[in-house]
Write a protein that binds this ligand. Structure first.
Ligand SMILES: [Zn+2]
Length: 318
């Protein structure tokens, strides 16, 4: 039996039962993985993900190879992967130099920019406090829009920061508002280190939703402490219908050795389907793609749902 709170929201949930899943494995996932994945395998991963039915597949990051060697091949990636009709392929752009390089490829149509909700995190990551980094990324967004590039915004560390601890929800709201004002079509709220629980995520969302409509928001949870799906549920309850996830849970958390990375796409899809949401994404194909990727890249990464479905297939399960 669902809690009363959730039952009360049922009519709303089923009336708007489309849900958009943004696949970020090739970027957010791989950038945290140490074992290098050859360019041609990344390209095939992006193509296979496109065939699964995602509307958005984030492909790479135009970050300096010094910071993220795994994604040093961003130029080749954007030029080599196929472009399916109706699918957008954002690339992460950390600063003006990254945007310049992305524009120079001539094929990038969408970028993602990010701002943090904590000064400590922002200083450590981009060497500016939140206010200064906002100014810089508003400039990046402006240039992108002038070049007819769509811009998606991210807010990092929305509930907890590895350097300062708790994050003020008001700060998250301010960064989200600024990103939307500057022209982002959507802002994804990221629990970068996966420390959020229903209680803290709920409080953060309630504050943000005072000034930003749910239709303009996505959520981005890491599953470090196994709270990601509970946090998606509470986000759905508050009217949000878009979430980021990573195939096979690719990625990791640099602050927690051995911890899982992003919420796994397979787990999110199983959850959404089981709760009556349409995503347009074929879960079987995603599991097949994860299997292919593990074999091709020499990885052994499995989502809980992927592992269960594979076990059922091979009838090795009791
Ligand atoms: Zn992330």
């Amino acid at each position: 039996m669902l809690p009363n709170r959730l039952l009360a929201n049922r009519a709303y949930s089923t009336a708007i039962n489309r849900f958009r899943v943004v696949e970020v494995g090739a970027r957010d996932g791989l950038q945290a993985e140490k074992k290098f994945v050859p360019t041609e395998i990344k390209v095939e991963l992006i193509d296979r993900l496109s065939e699964c039915g995602f509307q958005t597949v984030e492909t790479t990051s135009f970050v300096s190879p010094k910071w993220v060697p795994q994604l040093a091949d961003h130029n080749e990636i954007v030029k080599k992967h196929r472009r399916f009709e109706g699918v957008s392929y954002p690339v992460l752009v950390p600063n003006a130099a990254g945007l310049k390089n992305a524009l120079a490829t001539g094929v990038v149509e969408e970028i993602a920019v990010f701002g943090a909700a904590s000064d400590a995190f922002s200083l450590k990551n981009v060497n500016s406090n939140v206010e200064d980094s906002l100014k810089k990324l508003m400039e990046v967004t402006k240039i992108a829009l002038e070049n007819n590039i769509r811009v998606r915004g991210y807010v990092s560390v929305v509930v907890g920061c590895p350097y300062q601890g708790a994050v003020q929800p008001e700060m998250v709201a301010r960064v989200a508002e600024k990103l939307l004002e500057s022209g982002c079509y959507e802002v994804s709220l990221g629990d970068t280190i996966g420390v959020g629980t229903v209680k803290t995520v709920s409080k953060m969302l309630d504050t943000v939703l005072k000034s930003v409509p749910a239709e303009k928001l996505a959520v981005h949870f890491h599953d470090t402490y196994g709270q990601a799906l509970a946090n998606v549920l509470i986000s759905i309850e508050k009217g949000i219908r878009s979430a980021d996830s990573s195939i096979a849970g690719l990625g990791g958390c640099p602050y927690a050795k051995g911890a899982t990375g992003n919420l796994a796409t397979e787990d999110l899809l199983y959850f959404l389907k089981g709760n009556g949401f349409e995503t347009g994404v074929n879960l079987d194909k995603v599991v097949e793609t994860a299997k292919w990727f593990n074999e091709a890249a020499g990885y052994d990464k499995w989502s809980r749902v992927g592992a269960a479905m594979m076990a059922k297939k091979s009838k090795s399960c009791c």
